[in-house]
Each structure stands twice: as structure tokens, then as C-alpha cells.
Design a protein around this ligand. Structure first.
Ligand SMILES: NC(=O)c1ccc[n+]([C@@H]2O[C@H](COP(=O)([O-])OP(=O)(O)OC[C@H]3O[C@@H](n4cnc5c(N)ncnc54)[C@H](OP(=O)(O)O)[C@@H]3O)[C@@H](O)[C@H]2O)c1
Length: 254
């Protein structure tokens, strides 16, 4: 029970990595709030998660909605110990085709959403709270047609350094988990839509040779749980890469 008695918020918790992490947090004794844009998906998720799981409908790109999230948690729990800023979207696009809308969409969810989440819950974060950002191995390797996403995640990564300093008075730890390739619904949709994208997925799989398999949501949830727990009480300003060895061992060989 690594998170016994802790109150946690996971943005984008109705599916994929967020849902898997919510499940693990509950097993570890936390009370968990998940968010997302679709009420029915959230209701379904909370029904599956069971006791201790709550949902609030909120788009991370809206400061008003994230303020509401903080108000609900403040009223029901009085404080927050763990925040997993997980909501995010991937976006493959040829560089020549990038539009203003592509940039806005990817940065709104991944970067602006992370800022608003943290900004809105900051007043209710307990001393010694743990913030975990969801970055990506794509910051460090040149995956083809993925530059906006990689740039947005690099911007998110920079926050672990700035915010560790900004929040030092409350001893709030700020770390990131950088997943490799995890075949969630979104990732499969992005990667498997066309023959070209399916070929890219096969190539990526072949490159995860150190451990020889794609990642699972449980792999990522385990790392997030560690960073959220008191076991990581001397870790802040760090990014934990969970990619089966893909980034460091095969960087740049796509
Ligand atoms: N899967 C991978 O291979 C991989 C690798 C590296 C990093 N990541 C990162 O991991 C995170 C989760 O990815 P995933 O693959 O688990 O995605 P996923 O299966 O599509 O789940 C995304 C979750 O986020 C929610 N969401 C999306 N946009 C949102 C918004 N604007 N406001 C609030 N909630 C929103 C979705 O619900 P609604 O649609 O109902 O809002 C859903 O609950 C992302 O930040 C992604 O960049 C994933």
C-alpha cells in the first residue's frame, strides 16, 4: 500500500495509461479523481475502477474547467497529495503540411493543459506533494513526422526543472515519466491508421530490442506509482524513461 491515505488527481484517466495508473493507485490505497472530456467514458471507467474512484468532466485546455476540478477536490477532500498530468494527444504529420491548427491542438492539450492543471490545483497541494508529468521518449530521438508532438513534450519536460525550483517552499516534488511505445487506443489509432503508419509501428517494435516487447500501461503505472510514493521522497526534477531501452540503445536508427 504505497499510497495509503493519499488523494490523487489523474488527468485523462478514462483510458490508456491514465486508467491503468488510476487502477494501480487504488490498489495502493489512494483516493483517485480522474478527468477527461467525455462523461460517459469517465462513468464507465469509474464503474470499472470501483470504490475510491471519482470523476470530474474537464478539458485540461480550459482553465475554468480545471479551476472547477480543484474546487470539487478541495470541497470533498480538503487537499491533494499526488497529481499525474497525463492527458495528452499524439499527432503524426509531415512537416510541410503542418498548420496553425495542428500546432494549437497539440500544444493546447499537452503543454497548456499541464500548466493549467498544476496552476489550478496548486493552492490545495499538500506540503511534500508529488507532481508527475507525462512526457515522451520522442523528445530525445528524431522520430519521423512527429516534430510538433516532440516539441510539446520537450516543453512539458522543461517544467520539471522550473517548477521544482518554483515550488521549493512547499517541498513539492516535480518529476516526469517518459513512456516508450505503449499500444493504447490512441497510440494504435495514430500508428495503425494507414499502411505507412502500420509499417512505422512494425519498425518501432523491431527497435525495442533490449527488452524485446512494446510497453504496457502497467509498466508506466508502476513507474508513476513509485514517483508518487514516499519511496521517491528524495527524487525531484527527474525524468524516468520507461521504454524498454529503446531511446538510449537505438536512438536515431529509425
Ligand atoms: N501510448 C503511448 O505510446 C505514449 C507514449 C509516450 C507518451 N504518451 C503520453 O501518455 C499520455 C496518455 O496517452 P494514452 O496513450 O494513454 O492516451 P489515450 O489512451 O488516448 O487516453 C487519453 C486520455 O486522455 C483524455 N484526454 C484527451 N484529451 C484531453 C483533454 N484535452 N482534456 C482532458 N482529458 C483529455 C482522454 O479522454 P477524452 O478523450 O474523453 O477526453 C483519455 O482519458 C499522453 O500524454 C501521451 O502523450 C503515450
Amino acid at each position: 500500500m504505497q499510497l495509503k491515505g493519499k488523494v490523487a488527481l489523474i488527468t485523462g484517466g478514462s483510458a490508456g495509461i491514465g486508467f491503468g495508473t488510476a487502477k494501480r493507485f487504488l490498489e495502493e490505497g489512494a483516493t483517485v479523481y480522474i478527468t477527461g472530456r467525455r462523461a460517459e467514458k469517465l462513468q464507465e471507467a469509474v464503474d470499472r475502477l470501483g470504490n475510491g474512484a471519482h470523476y470530474i468532466v474537464a478539458d485540461v485546455g480550459s482553465k475554468a474547467k480545471m479551476t472547477h476540478v480543484a474546487e470539487v477536490i478541495a470541497e470533498e477532500q480538503g487537499r491533494l497529495d499526488v497529481v499525474f498530468c497525463n492527458a495528452g494527444i499524439g499527432h503524426y504529420i509531415k512537416f510541410e503540411s503542418i498548420t496553425e491548427n495542428d500546432i494549437d491542438r497539440v500544444f493546447n492539450t499537452n503543454f497548456k493543459g499541464t500548466i493549467f492543471t498544476i496552476q489550478c490545483v496548486l493552492p490545495i497541494l499538500a506540503e511534500g506533494a508529488s507532481i508527475i508529468l507525462n512526457t515522451s521518449m520522442t523528445e530525445d530521438i528524431g522520430l519521423p513526422d512527429f516534430c510538433i508532438y516532440a516539441a510539446a513534450k520537450s516543453a512539458v519536460k522543461s517544467l520539471i526543472y522550473s517548477l521544482t525550483t518554483d515550488f521549493r517552499d512547499k517541498k513539492i516534488r516535480v518529476n516526469a515519466v517518459a513512456p516508450g511505445v505503449v499500444p493504447t487506443e490512441a497510440a494504435s489509432g495514430e500508428l495503425g491508421r494507414t499502411a505507412e503508419e502500420e509499417a512505422r509501428k512494425q519498425k518501432q517494435r523491431a527497435l525495442i530490442a533490449p527488452l524485446g516487447r512494446l510497453g504496457t500501461v502497467e509498466d508506466i503505472a508502476a513507474a508513476v506509482t513509485f514517483l508518487a510514493s514516499d519511496e521517491a521522497s528524495y527524487i525531484t526534477g527527474s525524468e524516468l524513461t520507461v521504454d524498454g531501452g529503446m531511446t538510449r540503445v537505438f536512438a536515431g536508427r529509425l
